[in-house]
Design a protein around this ligand. Structure first.
Ligand code: CO
Length: 496
């Protein structure tokens, strides 16, 4: 037990530093005064250095090796295996490479910001070129099978491969594109009711009520405002969410709060006793996103959810909403319309935005297209999949922050998350008696209990594929999302 105890102690130390960085980052986004920025950057860099030292500590590596030959329980063995994988990954990149990468990322971010404000891709291109070269080198250092992009995918969605994603996105391309075209040719619904004047303090209070109703524990978290909503964790006993509020658009806060609330329920559902260990960590970004999308889309954008909640909303905003029915509100929140900007997209066309980025990243990291070709390829794909002309680079190829951060392979997790959500929700409907009725009555406990039992409590004890099979009997299957979409939107748009 001596080695295992050392392993726990050291792992928790790494987690302490990691979560301290999270506290500083959270504060930076939510409360920090602007003059604090340079020192804050230094403070975070110092902690990041300590984090890297602890994560690559030689003795820690030796203990992990020794533990491979000790008599451990299944869970202990799984913890050690996962930690060893992470250890080997962090020791594969030498110090000089890491420094060069972080310097190039900082410069790329600056170039991207300027390029976006001037809507001129050529300002970003040389830095992105350097960054892609480094990323390709990183793939070699990490090692991969079949396709270099697999090494990048593995950073966010362990086990995901080009081979599987090609199949998934082929389904998106063939089935979803056609279905959205059908919706576009049907009579359109009206969303004007969302864009009235709604007092912001009342909006905030209402979403706190929604979070509480979902099962979010305010004694182990809080909701604040930030420009880009996010969830961050300091431990399962302190999981913070942020949201944004717009006086003239009620939908912004609703989907931000419910989405982040779904992320937060996952983090609050990890076991505190496993703090710092793989068993106490979220499984993958796709699984994380499945929890936020399940609450945002499958629950939050459903008719039954609002059969319970619309009356309350009418009481808060009688002048705005008393002339509307629950069905009006339901239709307004589920408008499908191809658009330019990914983050504003509806739950169906959203996946075309991801598909485009996936196709581009795969070829960019694979070396079959070059950085110089990106704007042209981007615009052509937006025309092909969304039927949209991109007016300029800032609303096109420069709209996302991800590439400037060196994040390639991140986008697919957004779609994977939605598809897992549909598959899990379908299973939950089979296993929980009258799930729809419960939601209509505002009883969300059975759903949360189910997610806690099936997903949250396990942390990283199963691989994503394994867990999905364990829960639903099969691997991730796009069919469930497509069934959900067809059923819901055929009714909403009166398709035959
Ligand atoms: Co999310």
């Amino acid at each position: 037990m001596e080695n295992y105890n050392y392993y726990i102690e050291h792992s928790q130390k790494i987690a302490d530093i990691e979560h301290s960085i999270s506290v500083l980052n959270w504060d930076q986004e939510v409360f920090m005064p602007e003059n604090s920025a340079p020192r804050r950057a230094q403070q975070i860099a110092t902690l990041a250095g300590i984090h890297h030292e602890l994560s690559t500590d030689k003795k820690f590596g030796e203990v992990l090796e020794k533990l491979q030959h000790e008599n451990l329980t299944d869970i202990q063995q799984r913890n050690v295996n996962e930690s060893l994988k992470a250890y080997e990954k962090s020791t594969k990149l030498n110090g000089a490479f890491v420094t060069k990468m972080s310097k190039t990322i900082s410069e790329s971010f600056v170039a991207w910001n300027e390029a976006r404000s001037k809507s001129d891709f050529s300002i970003f291109a040389p830095k992105l070129e350097e960054l892609v070269k480094l990323k390709r080198e990183e793939c070699k250092l990490f090692g991969y099978e079949d396709h270099p992009y697999n090494a990048q995918l593995d950073l966010y969605e362990p086990g995901a491969t080009v081979k599987d994603l090609d199949i998934l996105f082929k389904d998106v391309k063939h089935q979803l594109v056609e279905f959205v075209a059908k919706i576009a040719s049907a009579p359109q619904n009206d969303e004007a009711l969302m864009f009235q004047k709604y007092e912001t303090s009342k909006q905030l209070a209402f979403t706190e009520e929604l979070l509480t109703q979902m099962g979010y524990d305010f004694k182990s978290g809080r909701q604040d405002l930030s420009t880009h909503p996010f969830t961050t964790t300091f431990s399962p006993k302190d999981v913070r969410v942020t949201t944004r509020v717009n006086e003239n658009d009620l939908s912004e806060i609703l989907w931000s709060s419910i989405h982040e609330g779904g992320h937060a329920l996952y983090e609050q559902g990890l076991k505190d006793e496993n703090y710092g260990l793989p068993a106490g960590a979220y499984l993958s970004l796709g699984l994380h996103e499945s929890q936020s999308r399940l609450y945002e889309n499958n629950v939050g954008r459903s008719l039954n959810y609002w059969k319970h909640n619309f009356k309350k909303l009418q009481e808060i905003f009688p002048d705005n909403l008393n002339n509307y029915t629950t069905e009006d509100f339901y239709k307004a929140m589920n408008i499908v319309k191809p658009s330019l900007i990914r983050t504003n997209a509806d739950e169906l066309t959203y996946h075309f935005h991801v598909l485009i980025r996936y196709e581009i990243e795969k070829e960019l990291i694979g070396g079959t297209i070059g950085v110089a070709d990106l704007p042209q390829i981007w615009n052509q794909k937006y025309k092909e999949y969304l039927g949209i002309d991109v007016p300029n680079d800032s609303k096109g190829v420069l709209q996302d922050i991800h590439w400037s951060h060196g994040s390639f392979g991140y986008f697919p997790t957004y779609s994977i998350g939605s598809f897992y959500a549909a598959q899990f929700y379908n299973q939950a409907s089979k296993e929980i008696d009258n799930l729809e009725e419960l939601i209509k009555d505002g009883n969300f406990t059975p759903l949360l209990d189910w997610l806690r039992e099936k997903i949250h409590q396990h942390g990283r004890l199963f691989a994503a594929d394994e867990l999905c099979i364990k829960i639903t009997g099969e691997k991730l299957n796009f069919k469930y999302f497509m069934d959900y979409a067809k059923k819901k939107y055929s009714t909403l748009y009166n398709l035959n």
